[in-house]
Design a protein around this ligand. Structure first.
Ligand SMILES: Cc1cc2nc3c(=O)[nH]c(=O)nc-3n(C[C@H](O)[C@H](O)[C@H](O)COP(=O)(O)O)c2cc1C
Length: 148
């Protein structure tokens, strides 16, 4: 039998980390991210199942790169929250105990930053970053990105 991806099940070492195979579970947003931006137990169980199923790496989804300016939907993780590191550690342990490597997707919503859905008071504290004449379909105040 000719295999289309002969190396798929072979280990690979990238930047000093060895992955048991080359099947990397893509980030999938959890549905029980808590209102304050931590990973809940159901999301942890979801990611753990991917590891148990044999993935080489399991990617936890959408951690904000800048909690003060980002946040565009309900399922963004927020590292500024005191409990978030502990929650992420539980999740990483749950993935690691089955031999997979935990990883985390970093996310910034650009011109959609500040459209935070779960906490409407916070939404108004945030600032959208984008082109000088923004066309974001929200009522948030906008500012040109530092680069533009
Ligand atoms: C239920 C679900 C949730 C997803 N959540 C995210 C997410 O939070 N962040 C992201 O970048 N992509 C997300 N995606 C997209 C996946 O990471 C992936 O790119 C997409 O499913 C295409 O890959 P596939 O062809 O292997 O399914 C999600 C996909 C699904 C099905």
């Amino acid at each position: 039998m000719t295999r289309q991806f002969p190396h798929l099940c072979s280990p690979i070492t990238l930047a000093g980390t060895t992955f048991r195979n080359r099947m990397f579970s893509a980030p999938m947003g959890g549905t029980d991210i808590t209102n304050d931006g931590c990973i809940g137990p159901k999301s942890t169980a979801f990611y753990e199942l991917r590891a148990k199923g044999g993935a080489g790496a399991v990617t936890v989804s959408e951690c904000m790169v800048h909690p003060q300016t980002d946040g565009s939907h309900a399922y963004h993780l927020d590292t500024a929250v005191l409990n978030s590191l502990a929650c992420a550690t539980y999740t990483a342990d749950a993935i690691r105990r089955h031999g997979a490597i935990p990883s985390l997707e970093l996310s910034h919503s650009g011109m959609y930053a500040g459209t935070y859905m779960t906490d409407k008071t916070r939404q108004h504290e945030m600032c959208q970053w984008g082109p000088p004449t923004p066309s974001a379909p929200t009522a948030c105040r906008c500012a040109p990105s530092p680069r533009s």
